[in-house]
Design a protein around this ligand. Sequence first.
Ligand SMILES: [Zn+2]
Length: 338
Amino acid sequence: MVTKVQYTVDTELSLKLFQEGASAQENFDSSIAGKCRDGEFGIFYQMDRLEAYGLKGVFFVDPFPALVYGPGVVARIVEPILKRGHEVQLHIHTEWLEFARDHELAHLRGRNIADFPLDDQVRLLDQARALLMIAGAPKPTAFRAGNFGANDDTLRALSALSVPYDSSFNPAFLAGECDIDLPPETPPFSEHMGVGIIPVSVIEDRPGSIRAAQLCALSAWEMRDGLRHAAEHDWPCFTIVSHSFELLSRDRTRVNPIVQRRFESMCLNIAEQTRLEGAGFEALQPQRRASLAKLPANLVRTALRYGEQAVSRIRYEVGILSTLFLNEFAAIESVVAI
Ligand SMILES: [Zn+2]
């Protein structure tokens, strides 16, 4: 049995850049195309690399920037993704409502979709879906809330709108903004409030501590072990989170080569394992349910990621690490075959 690996990319313009006065083009260049002084590392680069390995990505596109920039910029995101054979699904950041003009829902306020009563959630999701479809997307079959900020009413709203899958449930965010009332060990395809739940996959990095399968959160070694564990234990799917700007430094001026290398390693691992297949939500097989045993903790692997993230933060966020230390760390990485 093959494990379907969903590489999901939350694809979104930046509200912060909008507030700082960025035009639609400037925001697109930074947030979507990932332009920085080292080149372009956003969705077009990510699609290039996925295609080089024969993989298909899922792009959760937030259509709400259309409320301030107009619908054209969302169409410019959706069209190339579909043209290249990848999947577009629905994402939503309700923070944009505060800046919307001349829109029937512009009076609504909330950081997360879960902040709204059920009736308004239905209206907001219906509007977002319509905006995405106006931009050229087929009717979405899956949804992910911005900030993973969904609750059970979000699922009820999706059910009312006949959206079959939700991927907002992130067991590593249950102490944060994810308010869906399910236990962390919930397996894919669990039905909750009339919707199929496809959780963000997690690994255990220390006994009793879980981390989401996200490019910026797991080392290449952790991701590889997580993928292998999923295949060996016949998981129906393994769901990875990324962003259109995930490969950039936090200030978005440079590529983060550590995350770039993790992405390349992830693609290679999915492509070379015959029991893994990069796929979208359209390829899921709802009849396959499983109880998932998490990848158990490996403290050496966790410690090395701490080191890698420290390097990433210092070298690419602060920019003061010596090249010597960076080279030494690269050597450690190659020894452990990350
Ligand atoms: Zn988002």
